[in-house]
Design a protein. Structure first.
Length: 295
């Protein structure tokens, strides 16, 4: 199945996507996280309820980020494609490191998340180096700590797409810690929906692409990951509990703007598409927003 969150008649509701229509889930589940937290019984109940659910055509709803309620920061993986790691060698402004022997993790603030077709907030007063990063994202469905690698995928509820828009100058400006350069408000498109594992198939055989103004900038298979998804979950959960609804970004392939010669950063009005045939497509435009002013 494909689960999403949609604004239906002005109210956000969890939905199941069926072609060009969505089926609106009953108030038993106020949001998609409540479905995820319900585990297999909730999924079984949704399947049973499908024939009687209200159908609404896509043109009459607005898809928002599938997950809107986060219990913690978004969990992210850096340098998880070797081509991406090596393309940035010498371009990290004095922060070069040896190839990592284990996954590199960092956090990203929840207020970054926006819908699959929403505008990406852009303010040149905040950063001069806005970059794109196409990523496969994993949604955790079952609680676990110190999860063995061979059981890690059993804890996955589904998969979605993310664009980890980054501000490279901020990423370098705070002691080599990436939180600030990855956490600017309203900058991470997510969606368009969450695809359950039974529908996706092998998560290590997903083709990821990113286009900027129609130009293909990134294209890779998740088979090229330095550390596969099961390894990421196992390493991240070692001594640390993962909870239903946790979101894990799995890294971006080569082709980022910061690594190009000359560098190609995003600016106001640019269109960025992140897509994977097995999942769907994000399509977003950078639009000037007053991020540098108090809220």
């Amino acid at each position: 199945m494909r689960f999403a969150t949609a604004e239906v008649e002005g109210v956000e509701r969890p939905v199941v996507v069926d072609g060009e229509e969505v089926l609106v889930l009953p108030s038993t589940w106020p949001d998609l996280v409540s479905v995820i937290e319900g585990g297999q019984p909730a999924i079984d109940a949704v399947r049973t309820a499908l024939p009687g659910l209200r159908r609404v055509v896509m043109d009459e709803i607005r898809l928002v980020a599938p997950i809107r309620r986060f219990r913690r920061d978004i969990l992210c993986t850096g340098w998880n494609y070797w081509d991406h790691f090596y393309e940035s060698a010498g371009k990290r402004e004095g922060q070069d490191v040896d190839p990592p022997a284990r996954p590199t993790f960092f956090g990203k603030a929840p207020d970054t998340a926006i819908g699959p077709y929403d505008d990406i907030a852009y303010d040149p007063a905040v950063s001069a180096k806005w970059d794109y990063e196409a990523e496969l994202a994993v949604v955790i469905g079952w609680r676990g700590r110190s999860i063995p690698e061979e059981k890690a995928l059993d804890h996955v509820w589904g998969y979605t797409l993310a664009n980890d828009v980054s501000q490279r100058d901020l990423q370098r400006a705070h002691g080599g810690q990436w939180l600030k350069g990855k956490s600017i408000d309203q900058t991470m498109p997510l969606g368009p929906w969450i695809v359950t594992p039974d529908e996706l198939g092998d998560p290590q055989d997903v083709r990821l692409e990113c286009l900027v103004n129609g130009e293909l900038r990134q294209s890779a298979s998740t088979a090229e990951m330095a550390f596969p998804i099961a390894k990421l979950i196992s390493e991240l959960s070692f001594g640390m509990t993962l909870h239903p609804g946790d979101l894990i970004l799995t890294g971006t392939p080569s082709g980022i703007g910061n690594a190009r010669d000359p560098q190609l950063f995003l600016t106001d009005g640019d269109e960025v598409i992140v897509r994977a045939p097995a999942i769907g497509e994000l399509c977003n435009h950078l639009t000037h927003a007053p991020l540098s002013y108090p809220s």
